[in-house]
Ligand binder design. Structure first.
Ligand SMILES: [Zn+2]
Length: 439
């Protein structure tokens, strides 16, 4: 191990002393330019171009001599999944999987300082693009780290796989969900996966050991209609408003726990009303003297892995949308809450998980400091891997960086991007070469 690092250090010194001349010669083909070129491929929804990024990454993989497979999990083959492999000297050992998604959310170009698919780099090194943080940075960083390790003659013991997947931003159902359930995936014998994380304005690396599971709840109320002037029981609006009151109290109680500093935002159940629908349309407004016979409300609910989902289901049925108040509801659970053995979808971040110990040590070796492991407030593809029982951490090495995912003017600084490559060199070499595993 220390020999590898020594060799790596020598190669890095040689590369650094190559000087400005070779830097200029290759300025069109550097880690930064490859990052910019990847960012210039528009893979934003609702019509992401998946062909171009797969070709682009395949070309890089060829220069690195990696094994290349393109998998399809839809009949139209319009959503390719690129799978690269760096074989290990001990192919029977559980492998390391590095995941990133090909797609991005849309960008409102006119609200950006620089066009979102130009990957413009300012004088102070900020590279502006949709996907700069979420999550095209890690795709190129994985590959650049492998490039450096290969140049230093590092050879992994375990196989290292890289997956570049479609549709994460729309739920991953045609992407990682199908991949994780496939025979191709089982054959990879994945022991540990790294997936995307988030930036930190501070100087510690954030790491995520679980996601919250999103649920959509639609509550529908029915009741007798009547004149707007009447007072009577069991109107649709009255019944629905009672639900809204009960849920609002629950929301406040959860939020109080956060405000009191007893839990992070991602550690409680969030319940947020997102739409209300009722009224009898009349002209360009509503009939104000009619109490409507139907009303509906929609809620975004997020369930942390520490909560028993059955208790929330019971609460919905008994308190939030009880039949007794003429309410019906539709609950859409957008992803699993338990793994295939019925355990919470959370990856251990203690010494019971040997991958964690190696990961933590590798960050320290790269001169980095890890923040306290967190639950992600939102959702990523990682949940589908955790459902398969595979320990998975969310990690994007971005320190001293404002959190701009899905925001206008998303950017990543060149120095932060390059430092991230160094971090992955340490992480990939360590995770792919440790052998003591108690399974
Ligand atoms: Zn993402």
């Amino acid at each position: 191990m220390s020999n590898h690092l020594l060799t790596l250090a020598i190669v890095l010194v040689l590369a650094a002393t190559g000087g400005a001349h070779s830097e200029q010669q290759h300025q069109h083909d550097t880690p930064i330019s490859r990052f910019q070129n990847y960012l210039r491929i528009n893979t934003a929804h609702p019509n992401p171009n998946y062909t171009a990024p797969v070709s682009f990454l395949t070309a890089i993989a060829q220069t690195l001599n990696l094994q290349i497979q393109t998998l399809h999990f839809t009949p139209s083959k319009s959503k390719p999944l690129l799978l690269l492999t760096w074989p290990g000297s001990h192919p029977s050992l559980p492998s390391l999987l590095l995941n990133s998604h090909l797609d991005s959310v849309p960008a409102e170009s006119h609200k950006w300082a620089h066009p979102p698919f130009s990957a413009h780099r300012t004088a102070d090194g900020r590279i502006f693009a949709r996907g700069a943080q979420d999550d095209k940075c890690i795709a190129i960083q994985y590959l650049e780290a492998i490039r450096t390790l290969k140049a230093a003659d590092f050879a992994p013991i375990r196989p290292v796989h890289l997956s570049f997947v479609p549709d994460e931003e729309i739920g991953g159902l045609d992407g990682v969900a199908k991949f994780a359930a496939s025979e191709e995936f089982r054959d990879l014998n994945v022991g540990f996966m790294l997936d995307e994380g988030q930036a930190n304005p501070g100087d510690e690396f954030r790491v995520f050991y679980a996601d919250r599971t999103p649920w959509n709840l639609i509550v529908k109320a029915k009741g007798a209609p009547g004149h707007g002037s009447r007072l009577y029981d069991n109107g649709a609006m009255e019944n629905l408003m009672k639900s809204v009151e009960v849920m609002t109290r629950f929301r406040a109680a959860q939020f109080d726990v956060v405000k009191a500093g007893k839990a992070a935002l991602s550690e409680v159940i969030s319940v947020n009303p997102v739409y209300l629908k009722s009224g009898i349309a009349s002209g360009d407004g509503f009939a104000m003297n009619v109490q409507p016979s139907e009303a509906e409300a929609g809620f975004d609910i997020r369930i942390p892995p520490t909560v028993d989902p059955e208790l929330v289901r019971k609460r919905i049925a008994e308190e939030w949308a009880p039949e007794a108040r003429n309410l019906t509801y539709q609950l859409i659970e957008k992803g699993p809450t338990r793994d295939f053995r019925g355990r919470p979808l959370a990856t251990p971040t203690d010494d019971s998980n040997p991958w964690w110990s190696v990961f933590k040590q590798a960050i320290a070796s790269a001169g980095g400091k890890l923040a306290k492991p967190e639950i992600l407030a939102s959702t990523t593809d990682a949940r589908f891997m955790r459902q398969q029982g595979i320990p998975t951490l969310g990690f994007s090495p971005m320190t001293n960086t404002p959190i701009l995912l899905h925001d206008h003017n998303e950017f990543l600084k060149d120095t932060v991007f390059l430092k991230g490559i160094k971090v992955y060199e340490s992480v990939i070499s360590a995770l792919s070469s440790f052998v003591e595993i108690s399974e």
